[in-house]
Design a protein around this ligand. Structure first.
Ligand SMILES: Cc1cc2nc3c(=O)[nH]c(=O)nc-3n(C[C@H](O)[C@H](O)[C@H](O)COP(=O)(O)O)c2cc1C
Length: 232
């Protein structure tokens, strides 16, 4: 039997979810409410993810209140403006001043930018925002095993949450640009000082379920067997 033969229907579903859980921004259904029970189940599943030393450091803040969602969305917008759009404008102006043509962004990056802008414009309208983080601050020795244990105790749960949402017809997008203004979001939500925010997810049902696998370089180009991967 070939190693890729699918013999189990569950395997097929799991592979589908693992390969088609995309950053959804433009296809979020802003009009359809997300029942709290669905979020609760997905969060329960997310808590099964691996974590360092079984310490259960990850925390999840679901933001449903419209005023709080709007306040968080406005912080997000400011961060995108300041740390993404302004630098792009400055660089474009410098090129123009130097008589250079505008820089052509690769098509996938251009698409991602349009999609990211759509999210900026609608972040306040998503039925739920989920802020994910750790109950502790990033360790001072933020390198090596400590950094890995710190973030590795949050990201697996975060991704499990995104997968569990996708399995139920909901979409999300991992975002972290607002972390430039982490303290402002902490104030909006009255979060304790010790809490480290890691990512913010817009969550909504998706318009349609047909998402595709992303184009990625073949695994053979990034995997080494018994040593470094081959540079091609
Ligand atoms: C650590 C991390 C931070 C990210 N931050 C943002 C963000 O601030 N805003 C955003 O729109 N997308 C953000 N993304 C989403 C990526 O842009 C997205 O995964 C990428 O466009 C690829 O899309 P795909 O996941 O659908 O393949 C982030 C992703 C990761 C893993």
């Amino acid at each position: 039997m070939s190693a890729t033969a699918v013999t189990d229907p569950l395997l097929e579903h799991v592979d589908e979810v693992l390969t088609t859980t995309r950053a959804v921004r433009r296809r979020l259904d802003l009009a359809r409410p997300v029942p709290r029970a669905v979020l609760e189940r997905c969060l329960e599943i997310a808590r099964q993810a691996p974590m360092a030393e079984n310490r259960e450091m990850a925390r999840f803040v679901v933001i449903e209140d419209a005023d709080k969602r709007a306040a968080v969305a406005s912080v997000y917008r400011r961060a995108i403006e300041e740390f993404v759009l302004t630098p792009l404008r400055i660089s474009a102006a410098r090129r123009e001043a130097a008589g250079k043509p505008p820089r052509e962004l690769p098509a996938p990056l251009q698409r991602a930018m349009v999609s990211a802008q759509h999210l900026v414009d609608h972040f306040h309208e998503v039925p739920a925002q989920v802020l994910v983080g750790s109950v502790e601050r990033v360790p001072d020795s933020g390198r090596g095993p400590f950094a890995s244990m710190f973030y590795g105790s949050v990201y697996p749960a975060l991704w499990s949450l995104q997968l569990a949402l996708r399995s139920r017809g909901l979409g999300s997008a991992l975002t972290c640009i607002h972390l430039h203004y982490e303290q402002e979001v902490a104030r909006i939500l009255a979060l304790p000082d010790a809490f480290t925010q890691v990512a913010l997810l817009p969550v909504a049902y998706t318009q349609g379920l047909d998402f595709k696998a992303a184009r990625r370089a073949p695994a053979a180009t990034v995997v080494g067997w018994d040593g470094p991967w081959e540079t091609r």
